[in-house]
Design a protein around this ligand. Structure first.
Ligand SMILES: NC(=O)c1ccc[n+]([C@@H]2O[C@H](COP(=O)([O-])OP(=O)(O)OC[C@H]3O[C@@H](n4cnc5c(N)ncnc54)[C@H](OP(=O)(O)O)[C@@H]3O)[C@@H](O)[C@H]2O)c1
Length: 276
């Protein structure tokens, strides 16, 4: 039986390569992207199904989750990979800072709705975080960066990627689902296209970047290795488990408090799976 993977941010860059490699390994792929033409093209290449969704609107993500739940009788993996850096502070229709919404809240809405199906399929969730999470700071009560310096978007991006690790660990603790945050490496992709400083830094450091295929390898490893042999919630730096990360990423109290805050922002039930 084919296993089914839902991959967000699959219309280009790392996500498209994850889709390509998992398809080569006989996974059935739901290709989720924002740009319709690119999403359809990747779906065509991997013989998967395209789903167009803009994470800047959480209602779009809710609709996507319903559609996926109806469409697939099992979900073996979700790769929460959509994301990136925003150059100037902006707020979504839902009232959230865009970096947080694109990198964290959209994935939360999608994943939480599909938890029952994931549990039923014994599925796994892999989350694209980043090494820059080490420079993030979670200020409870200000995850939307209303009170703190926004800068050129790197602080909110680092904080959102730290948030990705906290969410991945909260999901593991609340549901028992296998849930792993991964840093894919410094990858040549469309990353930074919406940020002036991002474009500049990427242009100056192009020689340090690895290919999207190489970046995808660590995510594919986290998705498609039957027994990873590490505790649930372990952060992977590429293929290496327990890569260096922010000390706050292991703070159980913060993991719970952050979850309660993002659950409130997304309308998810904070206590829903706590009993297990
Ligand atoms: N490149 C790196 O060095 C690096 C390092 C660490 C982590 N990451 C993370 O890796 C992930 C993939 O990035 P990438 O490097 O492959 O860059 P990319 O080529 O720009 O890919 C980003 C993907 O996210 C999607 N996306 C962005 N905003 C979205 C939104 N509002 N709604 C729905 N989808 C949205 C894009 O969709 P469209 O193209 O259809 O708009 C695209 O498929 C991101 O989470 C990024 O933060 C990248």
């Amino acid at each position: 039986m084919d296993r089914t993977a839902i991959i967000t941010g699959a219309s280009g860059g790392i996500g498209a390569e994850v889709a390509r490699e998992l398809a080569r390994r006989s996974w059935r792929i739901a290709v989720v992207g924002r740009n319709k033409a690119r999403t359809e093209e990747v779906a065509r290449l991997v013989e998967g199904t395209p789903f167009v969704c803009d994470f800047d609107r959480l209602d779009d993500v809710r609709e996507l989750a319903e559609t996926l739940d109806t469409r697939y009788d099992r979900i073996d993996a979700i790769v929460n990979n959509a994301g990136g850096i925003v150059g100037k502070r902006a707020v979504s229709a839902d009232g959230n800072e865009l970096t947080l919404q694109r990198n964290v809240l959209g994935s939360v809405v999608l994943t939480e709705r599909l938890v029952p199906k994931l549990l039923h399929s014994r599925g796994r969730v892999v989350h694209t975080s980043s090494l820059v999470s080490r420079f993030g700071r979670i200020a409870l009560g200000d995850v939307n960066y209303e009170k703190r310096r926004y800068g050129a978007g790197w602080w909110p991006y680092a904080s959102a990627k730290l948030g990705v690790i906290l969410y991945a660990r909260s999901l593991a603790a609340r549901t028992g689902l296998e849930s792993f945050p991964v840093h894919p490496g410094y990858v040549r992709s469309g990353f930074g296209a919406e940020s002036k400083s991002g474009k500049l830094i990427l242009a100056l450091t192009g020689w340090m970047q690895i290919s999207p295929e190489a970046g995808a390898a660590s995510i594919v490893h986290a998705v498609d290795t039957p027994e990873l042999g590490v505790p649930n919630g372990t952060y992977f730096d590429g293929l290496t488990p327990d890569g260096p990360t922010h000390i706050a990423a292991g703070d159980e109290k913060l993991i719970k408090a952050y979850w309660r805050e993002i659950a409130a922002l997304t309308g998810c039930e904070a206590e829903h799976y706590q009993a297990t």
